[in-house]
Design a protein around this ligand. Sequence first.
Ligand code: NDP
Length: 482
Amino acid sequence: MTFEYAPAPESRAIVSIKPKYGHFINGSFVAGKKHFPTINPATEEILSHISLGGLSDVDKAVAAAQKAYTKTWSKLSGKERGKYLYRIARILQERAREFAVLETLDNGKPIRETRDIDIPLVAAHFFYHAGWADKLDYAGLGHSPQPYGVAGQIIPWNFPLLMLAWKVAPALATGNTVVLKPAETTSLTALLFAEVCQQAELPDGVVNIVTGDGSTGAAIVNHPGIHKIAFTGSTDVGKKIARAIASTDKKATLELGGKGANVVFDDAPVDEAVEGIVNGIFFNQGHVCCAGSRLILQESIADEVIEKLKVRMSKIRVGDPLDKNTDLGAINSKEQLVKIKELSAIGDAEGAERWSPQCNLSDKGFWFAPTIFTGVTQAHRIAQEEIFGPVLSILTFRTPQEAMDKANNTPFGLSAGIWSEKGSRIFWASQHLKAGVIWANTFNKFDPASPFGGYKESGWGREGGKHGLAAYLKTGKETGVK
Ligand code: NDP
């Protein structure tokens, strides 16, 4: 006998969304000239109108950040900067529910994830970096490492507030000031974060947020007052940024796409592996740069794993992101849904076999059922390109070396997973996989102390941990300190 889940919607009463937002520059909200709507992707309801930042807005934000850098932030001791970061972290914890509901409304991801993963990790990033602020001289980065000045930060829509935290917390801890642009479809939590900066009495101009589209991002990248760029997003835009700064002395970290391999050996604990496969690709609707979007199964256990995976996928609850029972929410935008549908249709046309469980998808909003493709070969586009949705491509292998060859046969190198009971096999495989992050018998686990980043077309540099601090600091001869 099975029981139906009763609806368990989280109330949205805790959030108050303004009809229109300006930019956050020099500690205050300033009106924008042009606006565009931001919608709830689960219902297509217009939530608010966001300012489209132009060159003059970026100019003002950079000027405010420069002034704050020279007059205030660079004069504070690490201990004082740390106090602000601790304060921000605590306010984020106090307002966690408000942030979780707002993120779910604007992004479409389930409240279970914003409440239990995104927002706690956001606070953890600020706590972690607060701890570093007065210890930079002891971080093994050389004598008296120095900040760059103003950091330009451009973030995507898949983890809006978490990507802000990944960028803002290390920049502030290391003594830089910030001009940040959130993604066009998900600006609301960044704007609420601006209120947290006010509440924490962060000095004016230390954090500036200019909303807008790709042209706003390009204006930040090209601004001569920006000394360091931190970008997370698509490989295409990452390449544009690399070209734009090639003839300048701007530093950059680029966190780009991925096509993570999740390799399951025949000695793996199958039930745990199935959970890990589901978490690897269906977490956050598959809008995850390090998603385990290629499952590489040892042939002898492939039928068993696929059978169990189908049973497990039939239990994934797709629907209202605010419902606490929902596992898979809405696709973030119409454009992303079109891209997922197009690449999936290419999978059909190239001869892979598609399977999805029965799902009742709403007519309103943007939805895509959890999907697997079997019979995928390395030549298939769905084995090579980032779909960035809840779609898993399944390949098989016979020997461990073949698994490694297939896993590494991608232009990316961001993440990989290994499932095996043998420690020796895990060590062997982790030495052969060309990926910045490798999980063993788990997937999609994040911690602020752990560096994150990729090889090849997955980007440059690392964020998080000690490595992430280094990206915001001049060291050695660069500092001019003898
Ligand atoms: P983009 O790379 O276009 O967007 C990331 C950020 O960069 C956004 O804030 C965007 O602004 C901004 N941006 C866009 N163009 C420029 C530019 N020329 N110079 C500076 N900044 C710019 O990703 P999309 O949102 O368009 O998604 C496209 C694809 O990218 C997805 O289908 C997915 O495959 C991949 N992706 C990968 C992510 C990852 O973490 N690896 C994250 C997001 C997407 P705006 O939002 O206004 O366009």
